[in-house]
Ligand binder design. Structure first.
Ligand SMILES: [Zn+2]
Length: 305
């Protein structure tokens, strides 16, 4: 038994998972971690995580390893967190060591989007793949890559920042300081913002998806635009990597039937001939559990050590 933990900006999700990827008890806890700044950020993150984890460890003493997906960049060699884009107060922090000391169990922490890709690769609908590109459409857009069966993090743990792929010239201003990034068009936040700007109504992405299903023209246009830019970004990425399978999870992916036609059209348009018709893009069957199962996979990989 291992514990899989998926840390988001506003909540932490935890599940007890066995070697087959079956989820047993699960819990979730609200936690306002994004935008934490200052010296106390590290201590706050540490306390919040251990408070969420400890009750499950007490209840399930057979848990032997903990895997955690965290929104941050990790040094491949040392495991130290270099930075967390949404938690300015966390820099060069040995989160793994600090947690191990507190929890008295082996802890393995990795980038959340990379682990969502690993979860999908290990336990998703299509098995036996060689490589997989996975996107998470949430507050931002996370990207994870499994290349030749291995998680790919790049030289410095920052690989696959597909949300910041420059996709629209003279485009919208992004939180990263650039303009025209994918996540300013195709994240849940972008869809919500786009709808507000054109209608004056403040709705979340889920509500906009519901409106689109009921035929709301503005909602349909915004989702179609999101699908279009996703298709273009995927085309650019697979031209570089020749990865044939792509899965997409996260809140906005619930609108799959509305996103997919524009996505598929833009993808095919921007591919080169040998790749046309060869890229399989699907909605993750695991959806919200991809992150938890990826964290559990990381723990399972270390449980036999
Ligand atoms: Zn950006």
């Amino acid at each position: 038994m291992v514990l899989g933990v998926d840390v988001g900006g506003t909540n932490i999700r935890l599940a007890v998972v066995n070697a087959q990827g079956d989820i047993g008890e699960r819990t979730s806890q609200r936690a306002e971690l994004s935008q934490l700044a200052g010296e106390n950020a590290a201590q706050h993150v540490l306390d919040t995580l251990s408070d969420a984890i400890l009750p499950l460890l007490e209840k399930h003493p057979q848990i032997s390893v903990i895997g955690i997906g965290f929104p941050g960049f990790f040094d491949n060699k040392t495991g130290r967190m270099i930075a967390s884009p949404n938690i300015p107060g966390l820099r060069d922090f040995a989160l793994t060591d600090a947690l191990q000391e507190k929890l008295h169990l082996p802890v393995h922490v990795q980038n959340d989007a990379s682990l969502a890709a690993l979860g999908e690769f290990r336990f998703g609908a299509v098995q036996g793949l060689n490589s997989l590109l996975h996107l998470t459409l949430g507050t931002g857009i996370g990207g994870g890559l499994i290349l030749d069966g291995k998680m790919y993090g790049g030289d410095g743990g920052i690989a696959m920042e597909i949300g910041h792929m420059h996709i629209a010239p003279e485009g919208r201003i992004c939180g990263c300081g650039n303009t025209g990034c994918l996540e300013t068009y195709a994240s849940a936040t972008a869809v919500s913002k786009g709808y507000f700007e054109q209608s004056g109504k403040r709705l979340n992405a889920r509500e906009i998806c519901l409106l689109a299903e009921q035929g709301d023209q503005l909602a349909l246009t915004i989702l179609e635009e999101a699908g279009h830019y996703l298709g273009r970004a995927i085309a650019e990425t697979v031209k570089l990597l020749d990865v044939r399978h792509v899965s997409i999870s996260g809140g906005l992916s619930q609108a799959w039937p509305l996103l997919f036609p524009a996505l598929s059209q833009a993808l095919e348009e921007h591919l080169i001939p040998p790749l046309r018709g060869q890229i399989h893009v699907r909605h993750s069957a695991l959806n919200d559990d991809a992150g938890i199962l990826g964290a559990a996979s990381l723990a399972l990989a270390h449980s036999s050590e």
